[in-house]
Design a protein around this ligand. Structure first.
Ligand code: ZN
Length: 500
């Protein structure tokens, strides 16, 4: 994740929409002639982007059979990379459950993000509506690049964790998504397409065209946002990576083709910087330009995923500033392929969307990533050494605005709560400086042979995307792989003594 700043929220939007919803939808199934599809050990879902109702989209989720009296349906409370407790369930309404032969089952909302369904062994599917987050940003804390936008026939930002949920004990099962879309719009996503429609075309809003996707587990649904818009896209390759850049510009003035040269140059430089680090063969950039008005996205920045990123920037930005912002923001997100995506703790690997536990190593996930995002620019000649030093001086100065005595590891573990949450921004300031210090010490002790990028590569080879580390093992491991000075440094800067 990378935040530039939050746009000033001028207007206060009255929180009344949920109360004003008409009640009749509560009592109607979304489709009249549901045929019971064969159920396997998978979740099926359908999203209708063609017929919106009061700016909401309708959704259906069909779980694998549940052999229990009560089924629990969850919408995430938080998702990886946001380090914030946001309750995406608050945007879900009119949850209705149906059993065999369309019989209605009792649904009880038990928290902002959970629903219980009685008589679950008879459960066939649930229907509900989803409200989007961009037009009511004054009412919630969801970071715009993790939020949703539904603009009929124009643009849909589908961060699927805000739309699709999961049933208890079924997070690891395959998850199919059918999306009924208008003919004029196309999708950009890293989520794999599946050839045959499984669900929508049968009986769920089949007025448009159906795109079908498959996640191997619910995590893939969270990790692969989809943007639908009128095509404004560039596809290009850098070495062995295919990059897709899709742009939504509300006035239509910003073209993907005008942004491509700058992004191509930057990502080529990143590839050079990473050298033999082999992470992905495709990468998707979903770029949303906001008007900045009260009814549009307010947070500028981006959120990382394994093979994609969602970026939000203001459309009014002059081209030169836009190019510079794209370099800072997109390069940061792309470097996340190193960490946390290929090097992370158990808490991230087995992410608990509704009972989150945070890892203690934000200094690495965000700090080293941000250090790379600045250092590669000078190393690859995109900026002058003076520019680079100025950026670091700025970070030293910005870091002073946070609690300097606060342990970074303790802050990280407790980042969802105060007083730690309000010090989060320091991961991009002091966190990056920690990365720089480690780099300097490693270079000094190896006569310039090894730096922090080498350390990160060695750690990703040892662990990788499918093998998380235990939080408490990381610093001893770094100690082993580095030099005595770096060791004493890590003990000083990561005050393990204070957190024991
Ligand atoms: Zn980040």
């Amino acid at each position: 994740m990378f935040t530039i700043f939050k746009m000033k929220k001028i207007y206060y939007v009255i929180a009344c929409s949920l109360l004003m919803m008409s009640c009749d939808i509560l009592n109607k199934p979304l489709a009249s002639s549901h045929q019971i599809a064969p159920k396997n050990k998978l979740t099926r879902s359908a999203i209708d982007l063609v017929s919106l109702s009061e700016d909401r989209i309708k959704v259906r989720v069909q779980p694998a059979p549940i052999y229990k009296e009560v089924a629990t349906f969850y919408i995430p409370e938080t998702v990886p990379g946001t380090y914030s407790d946001d309750d995406y369930g608050k945007f879900i309404d009119s949850v209705a459950a149906y059993g065999t032969f369309g019989k209605k089952l009792k649904v009880t909302k038990t928290s902002d993000n959970t629903w219980d369904i009685k008589n679950a062994s008879n459960l066939d599917y649930i229907d509900y509506y989803v409200n989007d987050t961009y037009d009511v940003e004054a009412e919630h804390t969801i970071f715009s690049p993790a939020g949703t936008n539904f603009k009929e026939n124009e643009q849909f930002m589908l961060n699927l964790h805000g739309i699709l949920g999961y049933f208890k004990d079924q997070e690891e099962m395959p998850y199919y998504v059918d999306i009924n879309r208008p003919e004029t719009m196309e999708a950009t996503t890293s989520l794999p397409r599946f050839a045959d429609s499984l669900y929508v075309a049968q009986d769920f809003g089949n007025t448009g065209i159906t795109d079908t996707y498959k996640g191997n587990r619910y995590f893939d649904i969270v990790d692969n946002p989809i943007m639908y818009n009128v095509p404004n896209k560039e596809v290009f390759t850098i070495d062995d990576i295919t990059i897709e850049l899709s742009v939504y510009s509300p006035t239509g003035t910003v073209k993907a083709s005008s942004l491509r040269p700058n992004i191509e140059r930057m990502m080529k430089a990143q590839k050079n910087y990473l050298g033999d680090f082999n992470a992905t063969d495709h990468y998707t950039i979903l770029l949303y330009f906001t008007t900045g008005e009260a009814d549009d996205a307010q947070d500028l920045g981006a959120l990382e995923h394994h093979t994609s990123t969602v970026v939000v920037l203001p459309e009014a930005m002059p081209q030169e500033n836009l190019d510079a912002a794209m370099v800072d923001v997109v390069s940061h997100e792309f470097f996340h392929i190193v960490t946390p995506l290929n090097l992370h703790a158990t808490q991230i690997h087995k992410f608990k969307y509704n009972d989150p536990e945070m890892s203690m190593h934000l200094w690495m996930y965000e700090g080293i990533t941000e250090y790379f995002a600045q250092h590669f620019q000078v190393q690859q000649g995109l900026v002058t050494p003076e520019d680079f030093y100025n950026t670091l001086v700025q970070k030293i100065s910005n870091a002073k605005g946070y609690d300097d005595a606060m342990s970074f590891t303790k802050m990280s573990t407790n980042i969802l709560e105060e007083p730690y949450a309000s010090n989060y921004g320091n991961v991009y300031e002091k966190g990056a400086l920690i990365g720089m210090c480690l780099d300097i010490l490693m270079r000094k002790n190896s006569d310039g042979e090894r730096g922090v990028l080498d350390l990160m590569k060695e750690l990703t080879y040892q662990y990788g995307p499918h093998r998380p580390f235990e939080d408490s093992n990381l610093i001893p491991q770094i100690t082993q792989l580095t030099y005595p000075e770096a060791v004493s440094y890590t003990h000083l800067t990561l005050p393990t003594k204070r957190i024991v």
